[in-house]
Design a protein around this ligand. Structure first.
Ligand code: PMP
Length: 295
């Protein structure tokens, strides 16, 4: 598989996009050039999966969206219940049984300065589209990743739990991964501790215990991460938030990343070091299997 293959994107002109209370054809759905979401990355978003016509963890995604909006002083102009209905209706209109939902709230149109008070009404956008998945065989083989030099924003600058529209550090880290011939990169925080991958949380398994960096170390409070913890609890696997260094990654028994798009992806090589025996480990495999039965 080449990077080009993975990055191919299909744009379906028949998709219907929800924008500020209306469903429009995707080619006619647009935001103002004065929207602070565009001008300053001022907004929040969610990525959600649809499996067999079922929206996976919709409540959890909507809760995170509203918490994030509250944290950045955006008052979403509809209730969480109405948001849920709007997401369901947009999915229905797009007649997709498997796909991806992108839910976006921007600060809205305002004047050219940063002042958010010039933006009178946040915009709500719901896109239902296809998802570009990792090829199936990678879940059997695992992937190689590298450490990126682009760091996560410090938690005291912007809380990493806020899934904001500003992903520039992560975009740069993703570009570094591609330059190294990898599909993903691991990002460190300002102190050099492991934070997460560019769009996924990272876990290691050491002596049978699952460990992932805590949010204040630069990790998003991932919904897939929380799902993995639930599976672990039910399977009597110990898990904990744990500050991790690159040494911990290199010497882990197993490693995997979690995210809405990737689900649970084994990581078998980091910065040219083989993880464990270089194959997806037993704990990772059992989690992948358990996750698939939920999704
Ligand atoms: N970290 C980052 C930076 C992300 O953007 C995402 C979402 N793709 C994740 C982790 C994983 O979160 P979730 O499981 O909620 O998709």
């Amino acid at each position: 598989m080449t990077m080009e293959h993975f990055n191919e994107v299909s744009i379906n002109m028949n998709e219907k996009v929800f924008i500020d209370g209306e469903l429009k054809e995707s080619t006619k759905a647009s935001v103002s050039v004065f929207d602070h979401g565009l001008l300053y990355g001022d907004g929040v978003f969610e990525g959600i999966r649809v499996y067999n016509g079922r929206i996976f963890k919709l409540r959890e995604h909507i809760k995170r969206l509203y918490d994030n909006a509250r944290a950045i002083l955006i008052d979403i102009p509809m209730s969480p219940d109405d948001m849920e209905k709007a997401v369901e209706e947009t999915l229905k209109q797009n007649r997709k049984s498997d796909g991806y939902i992108r839910l976006i709230v921007t600060r809205g149109k305002g004047s050219m300065g940063l002042d958010p008070s010039s933006c009178k009404k946040p915009s709500v956008i719901i896109i239902v589209t296809d998802i570009q998945l990792y090829p199936r065989e990678l879940y059997e083989q695992g992937i190689a990743i590298v450490t990126a030099s682009s760091r996560r924003v410090a938690h005291d600058a912007l809380d990493p739990r806020i899934k904001s529209l500003n992903y520039l550090n992560n975009v740069m880290a993703k570009a570094e991964a591609a330059r190294a011939g990898c599909l993903e990169a691991v990002m460190l925080n300002a102190q050099g501790y492991v934070a997460e991958c560019t769009a996924d949380n990272i876990f290691i398994v050491k002596n049978g215990v699952l460990m992932t960096p805590p949010p204040h170390h630069g990790a998003l409070d991932g919904i897939t991460m929380r799902t993995v913890m639930e599976i672990a609890r039910e399977s009597d696997i110990d898990y904990q938030f744990q500050p991790l260094t690159r040494y911990d990654l290199y010497t882990a028994d197993e490693c995997f990343m979690t995210g809405t798009g990737a689900e649970i992806m084994p990581v078998t090589e980091i910065d040219a070091r083989k993880i464990g025996d270089g194959k997806p480990g037993e704990v990772t495999r059992s989690l992948v299997e358990a996750f698939r039965s939920l999704a």
